[in-house]
Design a protein around this ligand. Structure first.
Ligand code: SF4
Length: 455
């Protein structure tokens, strides 16, 4: 007798197929873009020339949808709290729901409002500029050597868009009323030459993340020359180009000159047996549109090993498993972008309202398991100061009441060659204070008051 069939597609916490359409929102619905042609919209120069840099330009784009009170909240935030100046290409602005600006997830991280910030705890007492101490680990200016076999090359300190939560707020972008940005001291050619020289002399490094800022702001001939020189180094086996613009300004990657240069690099990498990939940064499903998919597919057709997404977990943007799974399926099904990491937000100043606790991060990791293929299931990672990335379930200990997680490591960063305790010490990461139980909040209140008295 045939065995009774029991398996059926049961009701699940996350519903697939997605309801969200994979379509470019019609930009002509926005008052400022109502007469913009497709040809203009798909032109990278037009996008850059019309990127929004201040509230007046935002008003020009959004018209009546940006009410006076919301505009005032944005101005107030820029004056009092923002660590990044405003810069958002029309392509990215078009991903925002203009009819619900206050709650829109993309608006919440690209165009912060003063009322978004936490009233009592805008900052964690341990928050700091350059919270990952990247510049302390520069082998030469802009080249962070933190892990044994891989480095981060910050080629440039600008981007075509500025994200409110940017972890490199210390260096990237224009100064704001709250933050005077640090500047590279050396000119770009000199810095890049020194990076290449260091890598030539350091055969233990096999992997280079070419980043910034955003590599889309490096003139393509210069980017090609730098990456091509990396490909000439026999020790370099992996290269990752980091660009949020693949999502925020895909038009950049669809220009003939850019495509030709990127194709030459893919060909050279293939001939040398080096893996070259592009990493981008989308935080919400609304950002995944056909133009993004078109740019990603071009890269894959050329022979890029992969296009991967590294998002950042942000409260009010993607803080639920529904948000994360929707984004990952949009990336995987449509744009052919591989979900890779979701970072816990770093402990930079004025970022508390976005940050999740480690307990929340652990729950998210649990809740997204089993839906996506294993190779496309993103890992939630904590970038622990003086350690580097740890998968969130690798924590060694966790004091939930005070919101302190403890982490260990198994290698020395570039500045610990003579530190006998580097591999036995426990390193700390802190949850947002407002997410703690009452005794934890009271602990940090007392600590903050004591620090204020000492100051
Ligand atoms: S694109 Fe990256 S480097 Fe540029 S502002 Fe955003 S997070 Fe920072």
């Amino acid at each position: 007798m045939a065995k009774a069939v029991r398996a059926n597609p049961a009701h699940q916490p996350f519903v697939y197929p997605l309801r969200r359409a994979y379509a470019e929102p019609d930009w002509r619905r926005l008052p400022g873009y109502k007469n913009v042609s497709r040809e203009q919209w798909e032109n990278a120069l037009w996008q850059r020339q019309h990127s929004v840099k201040n509230v007046r330009e935002l008003k020009d784009a959004l018209g009546r949808f940006l009410t006076e009170d919301l505009a005032e909240e944005i101005v107030r935030d820029q004056r009092q709290s923002a660590t990044m100046s405003l810069l958002i290409p029309p392509q990215m602005l078009n991903c925002i729901n203009e009819r619900d600006l206050r709650n829109d997830p993309v608006r919440r991280y690209m165009i912060p409002m003063a009322c978004d910030r936490h009233p009592e705890w805008p900052n964690h007492p341990k928050a700091a500029r350059d919270s990952l101490h990247e510049s302390e680990m520069w082998a030469v200016e802009g080249l962070t050597h933190r892990y044994p076999t891989k480095v981060l090359a910050e080629m440039i300190s600008t981007c075509p868009q500025y994200c409110g939560h940017c972890t490199r707020m210390d260096l990237v972008g224009n100064s704001t009323p709250q933050v005077a940005k640090h500047k590279f001291e050396l000119g770009p050619q000199e810095r890049w030459a020194r990076m290449l020289d260091y890598l030539r002399k350091t055969p233990s490094v096999r992997d280079v993340v070419v980043s910034g800022g955003d590599v889309a702001n490096v003139p393509i001939a210069q980017l090609e020359a730098f990456v091509s020189a990396l490909l000439d180094l026999p020790n370099i086996r992996d290269i990752r180009l980091a660009s949020k613009s693949l999502q925020a300004l895909p038009q950049h990657f669809l220009q003939d000159e850019v495509l030709k240069a990127l194709e030459r690099l893919a060909k050279k990498a293939w001939e040398r047996g080096v893996d070259i990939a592009v990493h981008t940064h989308a935080n919400h499903a609304a950002q995944v549109t056909p133009l993004v998919g078109k740019a990603a597919r071009k890269l894959l057709e050329m022979g890029y090993r992969d296009v991967r997404n590294q998002g950042v977990l942000l409260r009010g943007v993607n803080g639920t498993s529904q948000d994360i799974l929707e984004l990952c399926f949009m990336l995987l099904d449509h744009a052919k972008i591989m979900p890779y990491y979701f970072y816990m937000a770093d402990m930079i100043p004025n970022s508390e309202h976005w940050r999740l606790s480690v307990a929340e991060g652990l729950k998210l990791q649990h809740d997204v398991m089993g839906y996506l293929p294993g190779f496309a299931t993103p890992r939630v990672v904590v970038d622990v100061p003086y350690v580097g990335k740890r998968w969130i379930h690798q924590l060694a200990d966790y004091d939930r009441a005070h919101g302190i997680s403890y982490w260990t490591k198994n290698y020395r960063t570039g500045i610990e060659s003579d530190d006998p305790h580097a591999l036995t010490r426990r390193y700390e990461y802190y949850d947002p204070v407002y997410a703690l139980p009452p005794e934890g909040r009271e602990h940090w209140r007392l600590a903050a008051a004591a620090a204020a008295r000492r100051a």
